[in-house]
Design a protein around this ligand. Sequence first.
Ligand code: LIP
Length: 261
Amino acid sequence: MVDTDTEIAQRFLAMGGLALEAGALALRHFEDRDSLGVTMKGAQDFLTVADGAVEALLRKRVAEAFPGDAVLGEEGGGEAAERLWIVDPIDGTANFARGEPHWCVSIGFMRAGVPEIGAIYMPAADELYLARRGGGATRNGRAIRASDTADMRRATIEVGWSSRRPASDYIDVVRGVMEAGANAKRAASGALGIAYVADGRTDAYCEAHINSWDVAAGLVIAREAGAWTNDFFAGDGLAKGNPVLVAAPGVADAMRRLAGV
Ligand code: LIP
């Protein structure tokens, strides 16, 4: 019988390689634009052949290495389990489908409901973010920290948007961020948006509703980098999503007021 620490360490060791393999497969599709097979799941909700292929690869590799573990994925669904991998094969699918390189593979692991490990890999930049709860966060092996920004007039804030919430809610938050003197941006990958807060590249990421596969990895990475995060998994967050706010500590209070989190 393997103890919990060993169990988590084994998955942590596997996760980086898995993210790189999945990212390489996604990149091959990205570079072969004629084979992308873009369809729409809804307004502004893109799907490509690569989403299914990369998720199938992730599910296969988890089943081979950890046959008792469950997977919850954006394309294939899934549900809560004692040992749960939460995967988004391509986060930023709209960018991916349009040929813009800001997209990533996101893989999180939860044990008994506690987010333990996260990996986010952006193939176009060859950047791998990795974190284990209590073990710090890294980009390509180097420690990362959230920014020390304490003044909204120096801050850059990413406000995420999806068609699941009214446009007016999004516009209100953007207005508030800009009126506070910050630079408001949107780059259209929630997972990378959170990783960039962890890396000090931006100062906060918020979105009125986002799904667990978009944030499961990023939340671990951001906390380990010293960022403030809301309790995303409260209530039915795992199955139905929730609002998310990840912020550098110095702007967390201001952003909580603006995002209503
Ligand atoms: C999308 C995100 C996007 C976010 C949306 C959505 P997908 O995921 O990353 O930035 O605003 O809520 O979930 O469909 O690209 O994996």
